[in-house]
Design a protein around this ligand. Structure first.
Ligand code: GDD
Ligand code: MN
Length: 398
């Protein structure tokens, strides 16, 4: 969307050497206060790009002297360097908006996106672009999570762990598109300009590649491993606020995709939604059953002084009866096939099989010093998903 990309500044060509031929690759480098990194970036990136007929497009949102430093050192790169400076107040979409703007100005057939802080070693970045341009694919992802890749350059173990967990969660939200992509949040990637519709790519925040992949489900993707280096100078612009922007971006992508599914395959989307509603209802019934179970266990253990495992087993029979009645009446009223006795038998069989799993865990927790009522509740919660799935897919099929 043009409106969110903001008023397009005119590209100011800082340095354009006599173009020896057509430009095949546009390297888009977003910058925000990277003055100290520009000289080394240009002096390493320039030589690495020389065989590739490349131009460099720096999209800058700085309020330091980055533009001036760039102008002073552009000649060092010995490839065309262009600067798009967005004035304060026109920095729409942050890093993501900057990348899209750079891509709009690209003259090459391929666009390579990389960071300015030398965490993406320029030599690896150029190699990735070279590989991309020799293959019949649409997107090439620089990955830290496959082959020889590594994310050790991320500052600190906490950031490394966050990154790898965020990657896992994101992949599980878009299983079909991302299952074969090990690093969908990479900031280093290349794409074929005509395989991407920039009007469909409108990222907020840092995760441009994710947006691009989800918006182009048919794009052919390959990966090239690289080792992420530590930041050369200055500080990362990642922040708690960027983290929240990322969550907003994720939920926007996910809900827009659900809307898209409803349009394309309405029956499937409606089934997913109904399943979600059943799961929530099942959870609420389970919660009420847990209250029954806990009260019963308290009674058998504290008031009647039965052994705690026996108490747990009896409590489970009571809460299973309670749950069965509610589930039959409230959730699966229309899915009651066969006889009541048959359904009850299967319902009790499931909960008693799960009870056999729960008892040893319960005992271990008690030995570890966890209170019996707490331990009992924990083992009940842990098996929620199994219970729901067996009920939903086996006992009460539609
Ligand atoms: N134009 C512009 N505008 N550039 C920005 C902005 C902005 O608002 N914010 C950051 N940048 C630039 C930085 O100057 C740098 O060149 C690049 O974007 C990456 O920013 P960093 O602050 O170094 O981000 P990071 O190292 O924490 O995150 C990188 O790794 C992540 C994966 O772990 C980025 O590549 C992310 O995109 C990536 O997801
Ligand atoms: Mn960085």
């Amino acid at each position: 969307r043009h409106d969110e990309a903001g008023p397009h500044p005119t590209p100011s060509d800082v340095h354009v050497p006599a173009p020896g031929g057509p430009i095949r690759l546009s390297v888009v480098v977003p910058t925000r206060n990277e003055a100290e990194n520009i000289p080394l970036l240009l002096s390493r990136l320039g030589p690495a790009l020389r065989p590739l007929d490349a131009e460099i497009i720096v999209v800058d949102d700085s309020d330091d002297e980055t533009p001036a430093v760039l102008a002073r050192h552009a000649a060092d790169a010995r490839v065309a360097v262009r600067l798009l400076h967005r004035p304060p107040g026109a920095r729409h979409g942050g890093l993501g908006g900057a990348v899209v703007l750079g891509a709009r100005h690209a003259r090459g057939e391929w666009v390579l996106v990389m960071d300015a802080d030398l965490q993406h070693p320029p030599e690896s970045a150029a190699m990735l672009a070279g590989i991309a341009m020799r293959h019949d694919v649409d997107v090439v992802v620089g990955t830290r999570y496959a082959g020889e890749g590594s994310n050790e350059g991320l500052d600190g173990a906490a950031r490394e762990a966050t990154s790898s967990w965020a990657t896992r969660v994101t992949k599980s939200l878009f299983p079909r598109r991302l299952s074969t992509i090990s690093d969908p949040m990479s900031g280093l990637f290349a794409f074929r300009r005509d395989a991407v519709d920039l009007d469909r790519v409108n990222p907020i925040g840092f995760k441009v590649l994710l947006e691009l992949l989800v918006r182009h489900p048919a794009a052919r993707v390959a990966e090239v491993a690289y080792e992420m280096a530590p930041r050369h100078a200055g500080r990362s612009k990642a922040s708690l606020r960027e983290g929240l922007t990322f969550l907003r971006h994720l939920s926007r992508l996910r809900s827009q995709r659900l809307v898209g599914q409803m349009r394309e395959r309405p029956a499937a989307a409606r089934d997913r939604l109904r399943e979600l509603v059943r799961m929530i209802a099942f959870g609420l019934v389970g919660l009420s059953g847990m209250v029954v179970n806990t009260a019963a266990l308290w009674f058998f253990y504290e008031a009647v002084s039965l052994h705690h495992l026996l108490g747990a087993a009896l409590a489970t029979q009571l809460s299973t009866s309670w749950n069965f009645a509610l589930v039959e009446a409230l959730i699966y009223r229309r899915n009651r096939h066969g006889s009541l006795a048959g359904r009850a038998a299967r319902f009790f069989l499931l909960n008693n099989l799960l009870l056999l799993l729960r008892l040893p865990v319960l005992q271990a927790l008690v030995w570890a010093g966890v209170g019996i009522l707490t331990a009992n509740a924990l083992t009940l919660v842990a098996l929620f998903l199994v219970r729901f799935l067996v009920n939903d897919r086996v006992i009460y099929t539609s």
